[in-house]
Design a binder for this molecule. Structure first.
Ligand code: BES
Ligand code: ZN
Length: 625
């Protein structure tokens, strides 16, 4: 692993001596690194502000209008380069002039799309790109009324992370490039538009035009838009819920602690920088649990369980307001800096609000998951390193729970070694010193060395930072999670395994997490009778708690418990959250009869999934004969 570390250091020194080398990127920190997933050359010409003006066309399933970019030039740049994918560029003008400017759309590159080269001169201050999206733009999902909670109106939303912003906005689509934005969105008069801004409307505008602004600089992957029959309910002065009308009351009840979460987060790591913090609950096809769009987290309705048991998702997306949205991974190879820090911070918020015995259950479930991921990927697989190598790959392919949970454990280990007080002071400083900046893993290690390791040499000597970052698998010194609440569940699992008995009065008090631990740790092989008994007693099949239902259907598939299949089929045809789809299709895909079932369900369900879920499942279920 040393080898990797030296290679990275060498690269940094080498690049500083070659500032004219156009393959190297220079971000606002003046550091050098290569982001393989953008065509932009921000060291030559970089965007600073976007004025977006889009019409949302639900007939054609397209967005059309213009993106007017204010730009800044360095090194006598003669062109500015944008990322685009599946965009139709109609016309470009410079400095809001009336004459059409020249441009060139380069040939398609796999995963990345088409570079848009626009010649500029030293007096070019702005570049206005007139364009429309294609109906199959990967970021955008266009929903039919049947796919919504209200069932009456159409709905659309975008998902830009990691490199899909370029499918709906021509932009410099790298996480190291930040800009402010304002937007004018024209949509059907009976629908409302919301974006990743603090000044979203709370009521329908009669004219169907919404004007928004994000005065803080953000990277393109945080650009977001949702349009539908959306209602708002206030939680407190800075927090509220957006959702379709039938969901809004229920969601506001579910997330009633949002304000307290923001308070707890601020107490830990400094003031919330974004003004408002709202959540929008989207229709069930949203492919992720949540997405940390600034000021307005996008979330799946599958966390609205009716018992507030899945609110850690809000803590997670809120935590990104610091880790990710303030201090951002410079490239997708450094993804763990976004997600590992966020899981760590999420855990701390959950601990502050609900106590350590609660947050340790979450940690324990996560660690069980990551151990399985490592087993599945192989202990030597470089995709289990924290620092990834996603060159020539779709970043989405390398993003798994390693960044999240191995990242979390690494940070938790340092907290344990150095003590919470010192660690918290370090993290708080880290966020404030790197606010609105991007950072590579190597720079982070430098910061760690300078401010935490050097003054605490003895305590941190055994961490083996390079092992954690540049070696695969889970290092032997990973913190061990002990959950007393799960120990009590283990007793019941043992009793069930030996005597088919579960103490119902004990189980009646279990939270979702205890149930998940129970279901996930049942013996691999269960008899028909055992499955029937469990289902009759605890009603797992058809559970309205999607986490429990999903975990149970995996058990059902492993044991060919066909009584659960109809409900599973229904689940797979309504829910599009990729985290739930993969274990089920993956399990089906292991046997011949399962494959048949998978194809049969996927044929019905596919059109209802967002493109990121479709892409993963298309690959998984492709006939590789
Ligand atoms: N930023 C991620 C979602 C994401 C990651 C989208 C990579 C595209 C590429 C978000 O913050 C996230 O981590 N969501 C999790 C939920 C969380 C509670 C672990 C998810 O969607 O499951
Ligand atoms: Zn996250």
């Amino acid at each position: 692993m040393k080898k990797y570390f030296f290679a990275a250091t060498f690269f940094a020194i080498f690049s500083c001596n070659n500032s004219n080398n156009s393959s190297l990127k220079n971000n606002t920190n003046n550091n050098m690194y290569k982001d393989y997933h953008t065509f932009a050359q921000p060291e030559n010409a970089v965007v600073k502000h976007l004025s977006l003006n889009l019409n949302v066309d639900f007939e054609k399933n397209i967005l059309s209008g213009f993106a007017n970019w204010n730009i800044e030039m360095h090194n006598n740049a003669s062109e500015i380069i944008f990322d685009t994918r599946d965009l139709i560029i109609e016309k470009i003008v410079l400095n809001d002039d009336s004459t059409a400017a020249k441009f060139e759309l380069k040939p398609t590159v796999k995963f990345l799309g088409n570079a848009l080269h626009i010649p500029i001169s030293s007096n070019t201050k702005s570049v206005k790109i007139f364009y429309h999206t294609s109906p199959n733009a990967s970021a955008v999902q266009w929903l039919q009324p049947e796919q919504t909670a209200g069932k009456k109106q159409k709905f659309m939303f975008t998902q830009s992370e990691a490199i899909l912003a370029r499918t709906w906005i021509p932009c410099q689509d790298g996480p190291g490039i930040r800009f402010t934005y304002d937007a004018t969105i024209h949509c059907p008069k009976n629908l409302m538009a919301v974006m990743s801004v603090a000044n979203n409307a709370t009521e329908l505008n009669k004219d169907g035009v919404y004007q928004y602004s994000q005065p803080k600089p953000i990277p393109s992957y945080l650009m977001a838009l949702a349009v539908g029959e959306i209602a708002f309910k206030k939680i407190d002065n800075r927090c509220g819920i957006y959702a379709e009308l039938p969901m809004v009351e229920k969601t506001a009840w579910e997330f009633a602690d949002m304000g307290k979460m923001v308070d707890a987060a601020e107490k830990l790591y400094g003031a919330y920088a974004w003004g408002r913090y709202d959540v929008i609950v989207l229709p069930p096809s949203f492919p992720f649990g949540g997405m940390e769009n600034p000021c307005l987290t996008f979330a799946t309705p599958t966390v609205v369980a009716g018992d507030r048991s899945l609110v850690s998702l809000v803590a997670h997306e809120l935590a990104h307001s610091w880790s990710g949205n303030l201090t951002t991974n410079a490239t997708w190879n450094d993804f763990w800096l976004n997600e590992g820090f966020t899981v760590y911070f999420e855990q701390r918020i959950m601990e502050a609000l609900y106590g350590k015995d609660y947050s340790e259950m979450l940690a324990s479930l996560s660690v069980q998951d990551v151990k399985q991921t490592i087993k599945d990927l192989g202990e030597k697989n470089p995709d289990t390193n924290l620092k990834l190598n996603l060159k020539d790959r779709d970043p989405d392919d390398g993003m798994n729970d390693i960044a999240y949970i191995k990242g979390y454990l690494f940070l938790r280990l340092m907290e344990e070694k150095v003590g919470r007080e010192k660690w918290d002071a370090f993290v708080k400083n880290y966020f404030s010193n790197h606010a609105f900046k991007s950072i590579t893993t190597e720079e982070f290690v430098q910061v760690l060395n300078d401010s935490l390791i050097t003054p605490n040499k003895e305590k941190l000597a055994e961490v083996n930072i390079n092992d954690w970052i540049y070696s695969p698998g889970l290092p032997a010194n990973a913190p061990v999670i002990n959950s007393s609440r799960f120990d009590a569940v283990d007793v019941q699992i043992n009793n069930f395994t030996k005597d088919n008995l579960v103490d119902k009065t004990i189980a009646a008090k279990w939270s979702t997490h205890e149930w998940l631990h129970f279901i996930n740790n049942l013996p691999e092989k269960l008899s028909e009778k055992q499955l029937n008994d469990l289902d009759a007693e605890f009603h797992f099949t058809g559970s309205s708690n999607c986490e429990i239902a999903d975990a149970w259907y995996v058990v059902a598939l492993k044991n060919n418990y066909s009584k659960a299949f109809e409900a599973m089929d229904k689940f797979l045809c309504t829910v599009g959250r990729r985290k739930f789809l993969l274990p089920l299709y993956g399990e089906m895909n292991k046997t011949e009869s399962g494959k048949k079932l998978a194809h049969q369900i996927y044929a019905k369900a596919r059109s209802g999934y967002h493109s990121v879920a479709q892409q993963t499942l298309d690959e998984m279920l492709a006939d590789k004969k």
